[in-house]
Design a protein around this ligand. Sequence first.
Ligand SMILES: NC(=O)c1ccc[n+]([C@@H]2O[C@H](COP(=O)([O-])OP(=O)(O)OC[C@H]3O[C@@H](n4cnc5c(N)ncnc54)[C@H](O)[C@@H]3O)[C@@H](O)[C@H]2O)c1
Length: 266
Amino acid sequence: MTDTTPGPGSVALVTGGAGGFGRALTAKLRALGVTVVLADLDSERNRQVAAELGAPFVALDVTDRAANRAVVEQVEAEHGRLDAVFLNAGIAGGSRETLDVDEFLRVVEVDLFGVVYGTEAALPALRRAGGGSIVVTASLAGLSPMATDPGYSVAKGGAVAFVRSMAPRLAGEDITVTAICPGFADTAIIDPIRGEFEKAGFPVLTAEEVADAMVAAWASGEPGAAYIVQPGIGAVPYRFKGVPSARTATGETAVVPEALRPPSMR
Ligand SMILES: NC(=O)c1ccc[n+]([C@@H]2O[C@H](COP(=O)([O-])OP(=O)(O)OC[C@H]3O[C@@H](n4cnc5c(N)ncnc54)[C@H](O)[C@@H]3O)[C@@H](O)[C@H]2O)c1
């Protein structure tokens, strides 16, 4: 487990930083003395949000692979280092009844490929900082099927699988990759369905509860962990069941060839 302490002198980048989780997270990190660069789609409103939080703003569409790299270079050039990246930008689909493949692809592009591009861009800078943390905002929908939004479930499930696959590769470099898997939380993304929760008396998380889990994941996250955040539960690591191993002809557990395992698992 990496134990880096977010505090004065450390620099964090938050994508989707002007949204509900991004704002709550930025405020918490700023209160700890962290320099936070807030990245989001370019708009007057998003620039204003950053200014109010005391965070420099950078315009970023996370689906633009080259732009992810340029933003990280800008952060290093202006602030000297990068210690933590919160890959948090995301959208949900809106077609609850039909399979809209164009929408499906768009959600996967933002919620999954945005994470992959963000990771690719951040890794060289985290290495130059001597280690660091990548915290991906996935979702409970990545662990449990979401029948009303399959594209979202695929993207978030992919993000969890990406985090779990990357973690052992980076373990030897002191770079911790974790996923946050919140249930429904009170941000703009649930605007179209908020009324249903209110009618049913269904509890939703506050953005602050999720932001607490994100800060904890930076400070003391277990590599590859996916932290469920649910109302009344707090943040708990999801216990993956694992899969049955292959058996040899003589019935023994087969071990994956050493060359196919990451260096940290050889
Ligand atoms: N609120 C929930 O119920 C909930 C639950 C689980 C996971 N999440 C995830 O949390 C993350 C943050 O969402 P939120 O709840 O704060 O919602 P939000 O809508 O308030 O914030 C999302 C932010 O992402 C930004 N964004 C969207 N597309 C982008 C792009 N292409 N490039 C850069 N930025 C982009 C938006 O401008 C917005 O600021 C998302 O990944 C979302 O899927 C939300």
